[in-house]
Design a protein around this ligand. Sequence first.
Ligand code: SAM
Ligand code: SF4
Length: 339
Amino acid sequence: MTVRRTPVDLVDPHGRTVRDLRISVTDRCNFRCTYCMPEEGMVWLDRTELLTYDEIERIARIAVGHFGIDSIRLTGGEPTVRAHLPRLIEGLAALRLADGTKVDLALTTNGATLRNVAGELRAAGLDRINVSLDSLRPDRFLAITRRDELANVLEGIVEAKRAGFDPVKVNAVIERGTNDDEILDLARWGRGIGVEVRFIEFMPLDATNEWERAKVVSQAEIVSTIDEVFPLEQVPARGAAPADRWRYRDGAGTIGVIPSVTHPFCGDCDRVRLTSDGQFRTCLFATDEFDLKGPMRRGASDDELAGIIESAVGTKWAGHQIGKIEFVRPSRSMSQIGG
Ligand code: SAM
Ligand code: SF4
């Protein structure tokens, strides 16, 4: 579906142009990762609170058509637990920019069911996939995710490659005292099977409020740990991408690091977010949200919804304040916002 209007750039007060929309399709999840959710007691949104697929597609169409947003990532919670996800992907994959280009469509998943759905997601029009995997040891994987699913996730990664996703990227959150002794094993494994492992610094977005600065393993430490054994050279300029990237000097692929705490990429941030209950956010750490669902359900026009998006982007801050005294945790945790 080509959107026939001339888009205007959505530029925030700090001169950054928004290009990327992260859409959470559900707050629910089949895992309970310790750095994200408590074991029990998460309160889920009522299903009537969730945007329908038609509503999500409408907001995405406005983002693409009015503002030339050219990249959409589906996340959650766990996006694959929402029924009929390929239907949403088909709808979003049909979106075209004014010049006829397809919008880049990506998904972040814990991979538990990927072995069964990778082909279907690919066939529906998904371009890229990131799978989360923090440990290669079954007992530790179980301790982190509270689910005995390592074998299925590993199978899912192989199946995603077989389905044609290239590259498959793997996200690993590194937490001091939990899995920081596996940095090298994860890197070695990624080299071996040809996936880019992206190491993520632990962020203060866990639902149980256990984040401490001392649990953050820095980008510098991650890179030097790998470099000592597998020499690395940095890939220049990440632009608006959150990951800094390094390539192995022996040509065996690349790694990424998302240094949200020690080297935030806020200066180049080009993204905005839509929660599963239709709240528009201009930062993962934002403390304000802008309601799109209410106005949409009360009959707002596309131009009115675009106006809300524009006003929201007008409030986007220069950057988050993790580690500083003024930092205020957002009232929602990662899975409720959409990581
Ligand atoms: N359920 C999917 C998954 O785990 O890939 C998608 C949603 S999850 C919230 C998105 C990403 O956020 C995952 O890669 C996860 O590891 C990461 N994440 C969750 N909590 C985090 C935290 N406190 N700090 C850093 N990354 C976190
Ligand atoms: Fe679920 Fe992803 Fe959060 Fe783990 S990180 S609990 S898989 S939403």
